[in-house]
Design a protein around this ligand. Structure first.
Ligand code: NAD
Ligand code: DAU
Length: 370
């Protein structure tokens, strides 16, 4: 276990896993801008975890970063007994679908075994708490809409009762972790809440995912790869809206319940990529051409889910949460952020990142130009 910053024990605190990744880091930064409550940030620092995202917290006594694998039970036990958190927000996971298709093993290890280990540590910790502390404790599990499978064009949106039908190794491991979380509530009474959210986007998004990859490829004048015909549909949620949904659920959600969170922005992939190109044409124009000229269709993802769409009436009606950003406002902020933060982009493009991009996109089959 490697503790980067230390702090006094005692006082209210939350324990966040995966807080050096995209959503976890946005959550930690957002939390510490708004609250005076300590965050114990537990992250293994895989290729997707970046301490440079958390640089602005250096020296902040309310942030304690600990480099730990969530599969390491004794390290977790030590953290629970030393810091006595009032809540766990569990983001840590292997999160990239394409990587899960290429090498699924790590996904089983972290998403299933890691979540199981964390649940066991939390269960034992809770057994030692008094009744009040136990009743106040929350375990928030950050899941995904992908566990519900794939929709056809006219199908109704995913609601909390939609049966599970995960299609990729990634979504299958997330589904497995959801079932474990649910079972720990039913069997042991652990006060868990699971959130299923749609595709997040925004600052600090690792550039292996569609939106940041498109921005980087465009700025480097490289081909922008669209899988297949680009007609697959995703719902897009601005990451800071996801953070506000998590804070809402932490404060007002009911243990044992699940909540769907979406951005109300269903878009075809080609529309998303074109929108990014159009924003770059506006904010960072090229001399004689549009960034759209760089878009190429490449071989499709294996088992590519066609459409995800979220019915989020439950969180809206029961907890009064709704997203603040439209797709247009969120995407503009995102593109501008990448233009203004080239140093972050350079820092996260490690050797491992370059290896993946080379493996994935060099010599990809171009099925047609656009
Ligand atoms: P990410 O890949 O950007 O970050 C994951 C973080 O977890 C990294 O910092 C990594 O170092 C850490 N991690 C990985 N394995 C670990 C381990 N064994 N122990 C400790 N830390 C470990 O992921 P993200 O996009 O920020 O996603 C966060 C969570 O939200 C995940 O659970 C993901 O399934 C879920 N989710 C993501 C999206 C999305 O659009 N990004 C949408 C829905 C749900
Ligand atoms: O729906 C929530 C999920 O969203 C999360 O659970 C995952 O952790 C997160 O990675 C994301 O999964 P997707 O597979 O939807 O995201 P990705 O950015 O990889 O791809 C978005 C869409 O764009 C998808 O239909 C595949 C397509 N795509 C992706 C890449 C990387 C392309 O067309 N070209 C690409 O190069």
């Amino acid at each position: 276990m490697c503790v980067h910053y230390s702090l006094d024990e005692g006082g209210l605190m939350i324990l966040v896993t995966g807080g050096a990744g995209f959503i976890g880091a946005n959550f930690v930064l957002d939390w510490l801008q708004r609250r005076n409550e300590t965050v114990i940030n537990v992250d293994k620092l895989t290729y997707a975890g970046n301490l440079c995202t958390l640089k602005s917290l250096t020296g902040n006594p309310l942030h304690c970063f600990v480099q730990v694998d969530i599969s390491d039970r004794s390290a977790l036990d030590l953290l629970f007994s030393r810091y006595a958190p009032r809540a766990v927000i569990h983001f840590a996971a292997e999160s990239h679908v394409d990587r899960s298709i290429h090498s699924p093993e790590e996904f089983v290890q972290t998403n299933v075994v890691g979540t199981f280990t964390l649940l066991e540590a939390a269960r034992e910790y809770l057994d030692r708490l008094d009744d009040d502390a136990r009743a106040a404790f929350r375990f928030l599990h950050i899941s995904t809409d992908e566990v519900f499978g794939s929709l056809l064009p006219g199908d109704p949106h995913f609601c909390e009762m939609t049966p599970y039908a995960p299609n990729s190794p990634y979504s299958a491991t997330k589904a497995a972790s959801d079932h474990l979380v649910r079972a720990y509530h039913y069997t042991y009474g652990l006060p868990v809440i699971t959130m299923h959210c749609s595709n997040n986007y925004g600052p600090y998004h690792f550039p292996e995912k569609l939106i940041p990859l498109t921005i980087l490829k465009a700025l480097n004048s490289e081909s922008i790869p669209i899988y297949g015909d680009g007609q697959n549909v995703r719902d897009w949620l601005y990451v800071r809206d996801h953070c506000s949904a998590i804070r809402t659920v932490l404060s007002h959600g009911t243990p044992g319940q699940t909540y769907n969170v979406g951005g109300q922005n269903e878009k075809k992939n080609i529309e998303v990529v074109q929108a990014v190109c159009d924003l770059l044409d506006l904010l960072h124009p090229k001399a004689h051409s549009s960034y759209r000229d760089l878009i190429v269709s490449v071989s499709d993802r294996l088992g590519h889910d066609y459409r995800y769409a979220i019915d989020m009436r439950k969180i809206k009606i029961e907890l009064g949460w709704k997203p603040a950003e439209t797709f247009e406002s969120g995407l503009r902020k995102t593109v501008q952020w990448y233009l203004d933060n080239q140093h972050w982009v350079n820092e996260v493009q490690s050797g491992e990142y370059r290896k993946w991009i080379e493996f994935k996109y060099t010599n990809v089959r171009k099925s047609q130009g656009r």
